[in-house]
Design a protein around this ligand. Structure first.
Ligand code: KMH
Ligand code: ZN
Length: 278
């Protein structure tokens, strides 16, 4: 088993926006560059070390517009110390070419999903040909990938990727279990343990639970030695009947739980060393 139950610290990633929620129904969702940088600063102060970024256009629709992505990377670097991880998943409607071009924005890190998954009524497409092209591009550009695993079969593809193309930029494998997506693996403790047991030796991992699986997955991850991803990409309700007021309160809750578990949050500088990001 590749988990590290004795990890003394916790990496907290915030995923503040995502591509699925609408500003009109979730007013606290950060969709402008100012809103994103403001929430990122608050989340860093609350204990986040990585920001997983999706951006929106002037109408608050998901976009992979390259000049906006470049401005976003620059603004986050200017305003925070956070590791900037751009999403290469985008929205389910984004083309493979646009998703590959995300690396042209020069982030520190990027997400790399290891397989196709049903995504509610949609399909989040990640065929092998796309995965290996994106992986090779991350290596060429020195962008550190985080392997997004929505289902157990994705772990098999991760092993294949490492076997055929070698270790990622930086040499360290860090995964993120994205649990509870309708169509993906369920967000519960026994599935988390099964997934963690199958990870490559030496890999570290975070976990996030979508919607109401957010808290069970957070506590299961902490107890199994994993790290945490939280944010409004993954859940827009803080408790039953109570909407999230901002990403910072999700990070604050994760940091409090991690501290209670005697595994306080890593600073961004510590997280860079942990993830082998220059
Ligand atoms: N928005 C989802 C379709 C990622 O960021 O890499 C894909 C996603 C994964 O959020
Ligand atoms: Zn994402």
């Amino acid at each position: 088993m590749s988990s590290n139950p004795s990890a003394a610290v916790t990496l907290i990633t915030v995923a503040p926006t995502g591509a699925e929620s609408e500003k009109s129904t979730v007013p606290a969702l950060p969709v402008t560059l100012d809103e994103l940088v403001t929430t990122a600063k608050e989340c860093q102060a609350a204990g986040a070390a990585v920001v997983h970024v999706h951006i929106r256009d002037a109408e608050a629709r998901p976009t992979l517009d390259l000049s906006r992505l470049r401005d976003t990377v620059a603004a986050l670097r200017e305003g925070t110390d956070l590791i900037v991880q751009l999403s290469t998943g985008g929205a389910v409607t984004d083309s493979f070419d646009d998703r590959l071009a995300v690396l042209d924005a020069g982030p520190d890190a990027c997400s790399l999903t290891c397989g196709t998954v049903n995504f509610g009524d949609d399909v989040f497409a990640n065929p092998w040909g796309f995965i290996k092209e994106l992986y090779q591009l991350t290596k060429e550009r020195g962008v550190v990938p985080e392997f997004e695993l929505f289902d157990l079969g994705h772990i098999d593809t991760l092993h294949r990727l490492l076997r055929e193309f070698g270790p990622p930029a930086g040499g360290h494998v860090h995964c993120d279990l994205v649990m509870g997506v309708p169509g993906g693996m369920p967000g519960d403790a026994r599935t988390l343990v099964a997934a963690v047991s199958a990870l490559p030796d030496g890999a570290t991992w975070s976990a996030t639970g979508i919607g109401r699986t957010s808290l069970p997955v957070m506590f299961a991850a902490l107890s199994a030695g994993g790290h945490l991803r939280v944010g409004m990409e993954d859940t827009t309700s803080y408790a039953r009947g109570r909407q999230v007021t901002g990403n910072a309160e999700l990070v604050e809750r994760a940091a409090a739980a991690a501290t209670l578990a005697q595994r306080p949050p890593l600073t961004p500088a510590e997280a860079r060393a942990f993830l082998s990001i220059p």
